[in-house]
Design a protein around this ligand. Sequence first.
Ligand SMILES: [Zn+2]
Length: 237
Amino acid sequence: MSFPKDVAERALVDSGRHCCLCHKFCGSKIVLHHIIQKEDGGEDTYENCIPLCFDCHAEIKAYNHKYPNGMAYSESELKKHRDNWYLKVKASGGIVANEDHLELDQKVFLEIQRILKSDEVMEFIRDNNFAGFAFRYSRLEPINEFYHLCQKPEFEFLDVDLEGLRSKLYKLIENFRKEIAFNTFPVNSEMVSVPPEWAFEQPERFNKVVDTIHELTGQIWDTYSDLIKLGRRKLGI
Ligand SMILES: [Zn+2]
């Protein structure tokens, strides 16, 4: 970390140790990134600093300006994201501060509760054994709906703590969907499964896939529970 201690401290406090791009709460797993790189004359100042999670930082670092693929974040864009997030952290005390904010956050929360029902899709995610047993793919449709809704910029909490959990849940679900997409195959027109024959033919892959899915589903359930509990407390729902 090359920012001086006082700059680093201010940035960490002002971001609440959340990533300024994806809003995930990072704790100690946070990087202070130079918006203008040091080799391009960027300084170790508060103005040139943006706190990021490891994933978002890796994505920004991996972008190759010589062989561009996709759209890089511009400097001004990074600053805007950062300043908006800092304002949010500032405005968000222990309780949701003003009435309008409360109403907007209640809407997002009710939408999440409507899509991700604890006794339906979430219970399925938590309890289903993905180790080579077929399941109905349509059972995951609410997960896909949540995932797509999260692409909309207005689908976020104004409250910083709730937003941190929503963002974490989104990332976990993104990884879960990837695992399912790459490692399950249709059994018939409705059912899919991690191929049970992998247990014998390629046990290493089988175990790795099943462990990863079970770990993700455990984390998804825990994060979902935290979000619901905190939402009920903060939003009075
Ligand atoms: Zn991030």
